[in-house]
Design a protein around this ligand. Structure first.
Ligand SMILES: [Zn+2]
Length: 94
């Protein structure tokens, strides 16, 4: 049964709704005034007071925010928090 499902999902045109079923790779930036395409995901870990900025998450998580490259580069965290950037953004030195 599992094999049938995989084959069906790979058929062209199987996804009726554009953007769904293909990993939802085109979500907009979560900033209200921004209409750029999200390229990074900011995830908050409230217990450890850490914010992690990484490549766009495969799916939306409860404490994650999608950001475009511009807003990702400008991200800052509250005092006492640690911002982790697994990947360089923009290439501009801090
Ligand atoms: Zn943005």
């Amino acid at each position: 049964m599992g094999r049938d499902g995989r084959v069906a999902a790979r058929q062209p045109g199987a996804g009726a709704i554009r953007g769904y079923g293909v990993g939802m790779r085109s979500r907009p930036c979560c900033r209200i005034t921004c209409s750029r395409r999200a390229e990074f995901t900011l995830t908050f870990d409230y217990r450890d007071r850490m914010a992690a900025l990484g490549p766009l998450a495969f799916r939306a998580e409860p404490h994650s925010y999608d950001l475009c490259a511009f807003h990702a580069a400008r991200t800052s965290v509250p005092e006492g928090w640690t911002l982790v950037k697994p990947v360089p953004i923009g290439g501009a030195p801090a």
